[in-house]
Design a protein around this ligand. Structure first.
Ligand SMILES: [Fe+2]
Length: 257
């Protein structure tokens, strides 16, 4: 499997604290079937507290330590990029990084509210030749309140990355129900761990959502979310995605009366 969202670099953000944490997370990931992890530290933590040069060095250093442990898992570099008005300029300046140096970029919408610059900034980013991969839309208020908004972004060529734990209820029943709805409407392209720690609900065990996702999209499509699609993204390839489906009718309780 290929994990496209992980806070695994040590001492950079709210994920791994030490190199030992990083090596342990890599071991848990490898033991549960992951081959490559895209390290995605939060952009502002890097640009305000650290630097792109530092995280490039960290990748090399951590890969050396992981290999020394006899683990053949590899880390590659990306970033979780907050969506704000500075993003296009930060991309231009090389301070907002795409996934593994390619054309895809992990972008995190604000968790709450729906600032009016969102669509404008995403459009500018696309004009820069970048394909946004929207991080955990099932946990973002604007998409929770309006799944059609996510559908409209997918129609415009963007992709969506759901957190594997959301599929099995790690973020509560509401997030799980929204995730199921997104799966049914072909609005999930990638499952990723968004790991912060080696153990617990934010561990790097990426396979946890596959079975539950299979119930909605079939086994082949669910597996593609952790293998074929993230691999193609890391290799900077293009691929076809299923057309978003119209909203799934939800029967309201009052219809029974
Ligand atoms: Fe994250």
């Amino acid at each position: 499997m290929y994990d496209l969202h992980a806070h695994i670099l040590p001492g950079v953000d709210d994920g791994a604290k030490t190199p030992e944490d990083t090596v342990e997370m890599a071991q848990v990931a490898s033991d549960t079937g992951t081959k490559i992890i895209l390290a995605t530290p939060h952009r502002k933590d890097v640009t305000e507290e650290s630097s792109v040069g530092h995280i490039r060095e960290l990748i090399e250093d951590m890969n050396g330590r992981i290999t020394d442990q006899g683990n053949d898992l590899k880390l590659v570099l990306g970033m979780e990029n907050h969506l704000d008005v500075d993003l296009p300029g930060e991309i231009e300046a090389g301070r907002a990084l795409p996934m593994n140096g390619g054309r895809y970029m992990l972008i995190e919408m604000p968790f709450f509210g729906k600032p009016n610059y969102i669509e404008d900034v995403l459009f500018k980013v696309q004009l820069q030749g970048i394909t946004p991969v929207l991080a955990h839309p099932e946990r973002i208020e604007a998409f929770q309140n309006d799944v059609d908004l996510l559908a409209s972004f997918v129609e415009r060529g963007m992709l969506s990355q759901v957190t594997a734990g959301s599929v099995i209820g790690y973020f509560g029943k509401r997030v799980q129900a929204i995730t199921n709805n997104m799966l049914q409407r072909n609005l999930v392209h990638v499952l990723a761990s968004d790991t912060h720690f080696a153990r617990g609900s934010r561990s790097p065990k990426l396979g946890i959502g596959i079975e539950a996702a299979s119930a909605f999209v079939g086994e082949e499509a669910a597996l593609a979310m952790v293998v074929d699609t993230p691999k193609a993204i890391l290799e900077d390839q293009t691929f076809e995605v299923a057309r978003p489906l119209e909203s799934v009718a939800v029967r309201k309780w009052w219809k029974f009366w």
